[in-house]
Design a binder for this molecule. Structure first.
Ligand code: AMP
Length: 279
């Protein structure tokens, strides 16, 4: 596996590959890798010839400076995981490389930008799409892999790709969970032993909704899910919603072809998100 730190070096390595028939995959990450990230690499290896993983903790998508400061950066561990997963290239640029000067960025991502995560983390998806556009420009991938764990993020990236008419296929991969149901996340490392136990209530509430989706109304399901979560001390709910997968607007009747339950909560000091597709 080759480690690359500059856009110029990445382009000079990938351009000759691209000009042959090879298919290039990009897996953007912020590092602190776990089996969820590895599942994206594995899927990328199935569907492409060359796999590039980027590790970059993107400052413009953080709305809380403390969150940025304490974001885990275990580089040696990450490189080992990527080597074991069979990644071909890891792109690890500096902040200066990606943002040589401060840049303002605003594109129309559609009304769903301002819902859910967009409501609680103002400007988050402008920052996310800003860095993903830069990574796409640098790597020029044919296909890029993202996790359903960040469901709204996948939607926003699809909108960004459509906005610029970029020739890249976006693949959403299933959520990888710990054995007890907790969705894997780089932020789980911040959970104390009691937070770790309390955090299980998020997947439990989502499972309740999935298991009872046919037999109960949406208001009943949302009420019960909120009760389940609010019954656990140390867990502070930001939102629990059942929404249309396309618009992310809340549903009160089962009208949408596809519905999804999404949750965000602070568990101790750590903010976690999770979701489950319902039909
Ligand atoms: P992050 O490093 O948190 O920015 O995540 C990088 C990519 O990995 C994003 O596309 C995430 O959605 C995805 N990802 C994070 N956690 C998981 C998980 N538990 N299962 C599958 N994909 C994940």
């Amino acid at each position: 596996m080759k480690i690359i730190n500059t856009i110029a070096a990445l382009k000079s390595v990938l351009q000759p590959i691209k000009s042959t028939v090879h298919k290039i995959a990009l897996v953007p990450t912020m590092g602190a890798l776990h089996s969820g990230h590895v599942s994206l690499i594995q899927k990328a290896k199935q569907l492409a010839d060359v796999v590039v993983c980027s590790i970059f903790v993107n400052p413009t998508q953080f709305t809380d400076p403390k969150d940025l400061e304490k974001y885990p950066r275990p580089l040696e561990h990450d490189i080992k995981m990527l080597e074991e997963a069979g990644c071909d290239y890891v792109f690890m640029p500096s902040v200066k490389e990606m943002y040589p000067q401060p840049e303002s960025w605003h594109i129309d991502l559609g009304p769903a930008e301002f819902l859910l995560e967009g409501e609680f983390r103002k400007g988050h998806y402008q920052g996310v799409t800003q860095i993903v556009k830069k990574l796409f420009d640098a790597a020029n991938p044919d296909i890029a892999f993202f996790g359903q764990k960040d469901f709204q993020q996948v939607l926003m990236i699809q909108n960004m790709v459509a906005h610029f008419q970029m020739p890249v296929e976006i693949v959403s991969c299933p959520i990888i969970r710990e054995d007890d149901g907790l969705a894997m996340s780089s932020r789980n490392i911040h959970l104390s032993p009691s937070d770790r136990q309390n955090a299980l209530v998020l997947s439990q509430a989502l499972n309740y909704v999935k298991d009872n989706f046919e037999s109960q109304t949406i208001p009943q399901l949302v009420l019960k899910a909120k009760q389940i979560i609010n019954s656990v001390p140390g867990v502070e709910l930001d939102y629990f919603t059942i929404a249309d997968t396309k618009t992310l607007l809340p549903e009160d009747k089962k009208m949408a072809q596809n519905s999804i339950a999404l949750v965000a909560a602070k568990v101790g000091e750590t903010r976690l998100i999770d979701n489950v597709i319902l039909n």
